[in-house]
Design a protein around this ligand. Structure first.
Ligand SMILES: Cc1ncc(COP(=O)(O)O)c(C=O)c1O
Length: 357
């Protein structure tokens, strides 16, 4: 049975194996990938702007739409500057190329996303792992690393259980010269007021030593990535990252779609980020022992019989909300701001049934 091949048919349903099922997966947290205005913007742009700039931004591929979205992103996130990247994954590699040689050591959350792990290869510094979201382990390890500048790398919100890194505490651990680097692929557009992200949610002032990477493919429903930080960091990226300098950027239609999605998130009549939290809380409040703070509702490590779990979901017309992480199967449902109360309650009832089984 292939559980990966799904076809979205409306904003909350997929077809799997010929069946129409309610969907609590993916990371399209506001269903921007099927928002009618986003789709119209992309379609019109395809006709007007074409499919590709056909060159990197350092040569002849620097369309004005890129600069416009970068300014919008920086304003939204409250940073001095932003730069777009081909994907969220590559935003971490590109940033590492730009910062190579700047640090004497790297402190990496043990459970950080693989793109952060891969990025450390470019930094040219020894990598030390700290226990997942563990401030006291981080403090201990920082103390052994001397006075040279250290960079702390973490996800903002972790994809596998929706837990959030205590970034404000990490800043307390940092010495002068240290940097904090947050991959906020899941927090951007979902956490903090109007979805400004994990860093804003933690009320951490964006300084030149806090840098965030994110993706345009999750809360904004489009494609591409971005790095949010100081103007100096962005200049270093343009100057030093071969991956940035040598890549063709995301096609303009997707950039215009992302710009519209961001505008809807920031200025739309519906406060989508608050709605998302309200929806997630509605499920969490009904299901004993569920964890996470944002749109990912999880119960880790409770599944014994995967077949039974899948059958229970399918019986109720829901695509099985399960994930495997670190050898453990978990119930993991991803809530969107677009699910109805009736849909959320159906999920909650199914999760309750499984938890008590
Ligand atoms: C934490 C994290 N960082 C980066 C990425 C990569 O983003 P993209 O799909 O835009 O390359 C993902 C994607 O799932 C992610 O979960």
């Amino acid at each position: 049975m292939n559980w990966r091949q799904l076809e979205p048919i409306d904003r909350t349903h997929v077809v799997w194996n010929g069946q129409r099922l309610l969907f609590f997966g993916g990371c399209d947290y506001h269903r921007m990938a099927s928002h009618p205005e986003v789709l119209r913007t992309i379609t019109e742009s395809l006709q007007r702007d074409g499919i590709s700039t056909g060159a990197s931004r350092t040569t002849t591929g620097d369309h004005p739409a890129y600069g416009a979205l970068e300014a919008q992103l920086a304003r939204f996130a409250g940073t001095e500057a932003a730069v777009l990247t081909p994907t969220g994954f590559s935003s971490n590699l590109i940033l590492a190329q730009a910062l190579a040689g700047k640090f004497s050591a790297v402190l990496l959350d043990r459970e950080a996303h693989c793109s952060l792990r891969d990025a450390t290869q470019f930094l040219g510094a020894t990598v030390h792992f700290f226990n997942h979201r563990d401030v006291s382990d981080l403090t201990k390890q920082r103390a052994t690393l001397g006075d040279g500048p250290v960079v702390i790398l973490t996800d903002g919100m972790f994809w596998f259980d929706g837990s959030v890194a205590p970034v404000a505490d990490y800043l307390e651990v940092m010495r002068s010269g240290d940097w904090l680097w947050v991959d906020d692929a899941h927090g951007f557009g979902t956490m903090g007021s109007r979805g400004r992200g994990t860093v804003e949610q933690a009320a951490v002032a964006t300084t030149e030593r806090v840098v965030t990477t994110c993706t345009l493919s999750k809360a904004l429903g489009c494609a591409g990535g971005a790095i949010l930080g100081s103007s100096a960091v962005v200049q270093e990226i343009w100057r030093r990252s071969s991956m940035f300098r040598g890549s063709t950027p995301v096609p303009v239609p997707w950039i215009r779609g992302a710009a519209l999605a961001l505008d809807l998130l920031e200025n739309g009549n519906d406060d989508l980020a608050s709605k998302l939290h309200e929806n997630a809380e509605r499920v969490r409040s009904q299901v004993e022992g569920s964890i996470g703070k944002g749109p990912i509702v999880t119960q880790v490590g409770i599944i014994c019989d995967m077949e039974k779990v899948r059958a229970t979901f399918l019986e109720k017309g829901i695509f099985p909300a399960v994930t495997e992480y670190d050898g453990k199967l978990s119930l993991r449902a991803v809530i969107s701001s677009q699910h109805s109360y009736e849909e959320l309650d159906r999920l909650a009832a199914c999760l309750c049934e499984l938890v008590t089984k």
